[in-house]
Ligand binder design. Structure first.
Ligand code: COA
Length: 192
């Protein structure tokens, strides 16, 4: 049986990228440090780019699918910048056909990535932008590109799992929290 307090402690110690402390929880918009899953209505995404910020529109030019020779480099970069768990999910996304990972590239270097159908089918994420490139629309461009692809593949909704930056998902994708979704599909997972 799931015990909320125990699970919260486990996530806090094992997954520092997620909302693990009261400080990051406040900054990112998590409630009491608890990360819930969020639901995104793909059929309600803006069809035209008008609602997007100029920064996001500019960043969209950097977003693309990687080609084969880039795969190992991208997985290594995700592990260095974020975590082994996210690198594992990136590897899954790169093995999917069609590939379900998008990368943002600037000056021949990855600066951000997003996956879908990696943690589980229908789940968008992980998503990460390297610290020096944040707040420039890159995250929004990546998330939007992934959601547009999921919609084109036939999904009606996307799930963002154990969201560590709920305000970002709300802002960019109109995501809404799913009640009683902690720890959701991560319950009982293997720890390193
Ligand atoms: C969350 C993350 C991907 C956002 O990337 P980013 O490139 O900085 O985001 P953008 O610049 O595209 O921001 C888009 C909008 O979301 C807002 N936003 C970005 N990060 C936010 C956050 N953590 N909390 C609240 N709002 C946020 C921005 O202010 C911007 O709003 P605007 O359009 O009104 O200006 C990035 O901060 C990151 O990699 N964080 C660490 C990893 C992480 O937590 N990933 C999410 C796990 S669920």
């Amino acid at each position: 049986m799931y015990m909320a307090g125990v699970a919260r402690k486990t996530y806090a110690t094992r997954w520092p990228l997620w909302c693990g402390s009261a400080v990051s929880a406040d900054r990112n918009g998590c409630k009491n440090g608890v990360m819930s899953d969020m639901l995104i209505r793909l059929y309600a995404l803006p069809a035209t780019p008008e609602p997007l910020s100029a920064a996001t529109l500019a960043a969209e030019r950097l977003v693309r699918k990687p080609i084969g020779c880039e795969h190992d480099l991208i997985v290594a970069w995700v592990q260095t910048e974020f975590s082994a768990g996210w690198a594992s999910e990136a590897r899954v996304a790169l093995q999917n056909r069609p590939i379900s990972l998008l990368v943002a590239v600037q000056d021949d270097q990855p600066i951000g990535f997003v996956c879908y159908d990696a943690t589980a089918r229908g789940v968008v994420g992980p998503i990460g932008v390297q610290a020096s490139a944040r707040h420039s629309g890159v995250g929004a461009a990546l998330l939007r590109a992934a959601l547009v692809e999921m919609r084109a593949m036939g999904y009606g909704y996307a799930i963002a799992g154990a969201v560590g930056a709920p305000a970002f998902f709300r802002r960019v994708a109109g995501a809404v929290e799913i009640p009683d979704s902690t720890p959701g599909l991560y319950a009982g997972r293997v720890h390193g």
